[in-house]
Design a protein around this ligand. Structure first.
Ligand SMILES: C[S@@+](CC[C@H](N)C(=O)[O-])C[C@H]1O[C@@H](n2cnc3c(N)ncnc32)[C@H](O)[C@@H]1O
Length: 350
């Protein structure tokens, strides 16, 4: 069985990174060895595992092979693994956990689905509902369709991340726990008194986590799905973060109301973020830092993005300095999701 061995002090962040890469095998238990934590990994080739680990995990880790210790769950866990084994080849196999709700993502037959659902409820007491995802994220609100499978009949998730609680309907709003490491990474860079614009804010995870840690920040969170804004407003109250203002509307029009506002702009809309370079510039102060998420070709995305950013800067009389290029997760056979951090400087003689 494969494990990723990481020092205890880095364990929380390493876990977030493995989760975002879909490499975490949730049907096996985490192991411990002196000052190390052993994270169970899904069974794909060592070559692929090493590639993802090298590209995306910035902490010192070691890929190891080790027999699992016998546990009463072993037989069933093996059975779940066998079921999921059938769907090997896609990194999106298995299931996701959003707080109290487990989401089965593989297309299982009814018998397999009911065995897996029962096991998930037994295995993890925090999960009280199991649903199945039907189809991929789609539409302008980036929504998914779900079917109820077992447990408490609800689609409302109560999900905790970085000391914050988020409540939202998984059918009516977008939420991705795969960005938890990114949220923490950005949060650690924020300085006191910053003005921040979070575009495509969803139910508020980026905005609220920053606001909770940095009370002196002023954050504008723009989102066009009115259900998401309703949940974001509730999440602002739940987490006592009045320094976040939820703005209902299209980034294309709302950005005009926040001209020159932001020291930092966060753009978590990988499907179309590069279409919003004008709005990013519009909300930015003369100097600002931008975190932009995008999908692109695994071999050329960084070079392509650099080129587009430089061209936009040249045409609009500002400069761009690339601060970081990072792979967030694999997306499809040839595409990956990445984040590029860059600095805008408009203090140029015209
Ligand atoms: C990929 S989700 C990101 C949500 C959130 N930031 C998160 O990380 O959970 C993109 C969000 O942008 C919203 N959206 C899409 N186009 C928009 C636009 N033009 N203006 C404002 N919001 C938009 C969608 O409704 C969706 O909630």
């Amino acid at each position: 069985m494969k494990y990723l061995k990481a020092a205890k002090k880095n364990a929380e962040n390493v876990k977030k990174q493995i989760l975002s890469l879909d490499l975490f095998d949730k049907s096996r238990k985490i192991g411990f060895e002196e000052n190390f934590v052993l994270f169970p990994l899904i069974d794909i080739s060592n070559r692929r595992l090493k590639k993802y680990i090298e590209k995306s995990i910035k902490y010192k880790t070691e890929l190891i092979e080790k027999e699992d210790s016998i546990s009463p769950l072993k037989n069933n866990a093996t059975y779940i693994n066998q079921i999921f084994e059938k769907y090997k080849g896609s990194l999106a196999k298995g299931y996701d956990i959003l707080g109290n709700i487990a989401i089965i993502k593989s297309e299982l037959n009814k018998k397999e689905e009911s065995v897996v659902a029962k096991e998930i409820l037994n295995f993890n007491k925090q999960i009280t509902t199991v649903v199945a995802q039907i189809g991929a994220v789609s539409g302008k609100y980036r929504l998914r369709k779900f079917r109820y499978v077992l447990g408490v009949k609800t689609f409302i998730s109560n999900y905790r991340e970085s000391g914050c609680l988020f409540k939202f309907d998984i059918r009516k709003t977008f939420f991705s726990n795969r960005l938890s490491y990114e949220r923490e990474r950005i949060n650690n860079q924020v300085k006191e008194n910053e003005n921040i614009c979070v575009m495509f804010a969803g139910v508020g995870p980026f905005a609220i986590e920053i606001a909770k840690k940095h009370k002196s920040t002023s954050i504008v969170a723009i989102e066009m799905n009115k259900n998401a804004v309703k949940y974001m407003e509730n999440n602002i109250i739940l987490n006592k973060t009045p320094n976040v203002k939820a703005v209902l509307g299209d980034v294309r029009t709302q950005s005009k109301n926040y001209k020159g506002f932001a020291d930092r702009v966060i753009v978590p809309m990988p499907k179309s973020s590069m279409e919003f370079l004008n709005q990013i510039l519009e909300v930015s102060k003369k100097k600002a830092i931008v975190h932009i998420y995008l999908f692109g070709d695994k071999d050329s995305v960084f070079a392509d993005t650099r080129k587009l950013l430089k061209l936009h800067a040249k045409n609009n009389n500002y400069t761009v300095k690339i601060l970081l290029e990072r792979v967030v997760r694999p997306y499809s056979k040839n595409e990956i999701e990445v984040v590029v951090d860059y600095k805008i400087n408009r203090t140029l003689p015209i």
